[in-house]
Design a protein around this ligand. Structure first.
Ligand code: HPA
Ligand code: MG
Length: 223
């Protein structure tokens, strides 16, 4: 697929934001830490409603929706809450099981390249024969998802699909592209709607780029 085509299912978010920070509520404790407001919270929610409709009508049997923690938890909660009210392929309600995994590869704003996946052998074996939808907040280099999908494919799942709320347009991408994607975003570090920088900013609702002040203030002490 050409790179132009690749993003046509997603809302394209440009480098220049049409929004001004002064028109939105940013918590006082973060006023100096955000640079631009890229996507207002309401738009995120509206987009999730549409993704929920597309996803739900592609399934007919009981689905395992697997949340990638921690960043994916808000997307997971809002997505599943919509999916529960929507018709499946046969026009009926879709039974949904919940699963959670912890994946970590980031410190400060760079991928460490060392992807750690928290799933026991027993948990993986329990997925055999199941339809699984992985719910992730953001695909950046694609290495985390590539590693996770490769691992799951060894366990004879009936199907494995990935929904990511954001995909970053970065030259560091390994080409991994999710089955469902909300927004294509510019190559900048984003925070808000549960996306963190060293575990900070998950309590910011709007999706924003981080300022140099924010980067410095919450820099990890381990580096
Ligand atoms: N923000 C937060 N988490 C991330 C990002 C980002 O831009 N890229 C990959 N993980
Ligand atoms: Mg993530």
């Amino acid at each position: 697929m050409s790179s132009e085509n690749k993003y046509q299912d997603a809302i394209f978010v440009g480098e220049e934001s049409p929004y001004e920070l002064k028109h939105f509520v940013i918590p006082d404790h973060y006023t100096d830490d955000v640079d631009k407001l890229l996507i207002p919270h309401g738009v995120v929610i509206d987009r999730i409603e549409k993704l929920a409709r597309e996803i739900t009508r592609n399934y007919s049997d009981r689905l395992v929706v697997c949340c990638v923690l921690k960043g994916g938890h808000q997307f997971f909660a809002d997505l599943v809450s919509c999916m529960k009210k929507l018709p499946n392929r046969e026009g009926k309600s879709l039974p949904i099981d919940h699963d959670f995994i912890r994946v970590k590869s980031y410190e400060n704003t760079a991928s460490t390249g060392n992807v750690q996946i928290s799933m026991t052998e027993e948990e993986l074996c329990n997925l055999e024969g199941r339809d699984v939808l992985i719910v992730e907040d953001i695909i950046d280099t694609g290495r985390t998802m590539e590693a996770l999908v490769a691992l799951l494919k060894k366990y004879k799942l009936r199907s494995v699909k990935v929904a990511s709320l954001f995909v970053k347009r970065t030259p560091l991408s390994n080409g991994f592209y999710p089955d469902y994607v909300g927004f294509s975003i510019p190559d900048t570090f984003v925070i808000g709607y549960c996306l963190d920088y060293n575990d900070v900013f998950r309590d910011l609702d709007h999706v924003c780029s981080i300022s140099s002040v924010g980067i410095k203030k919450y820099m990890s002490k381990n580096k």
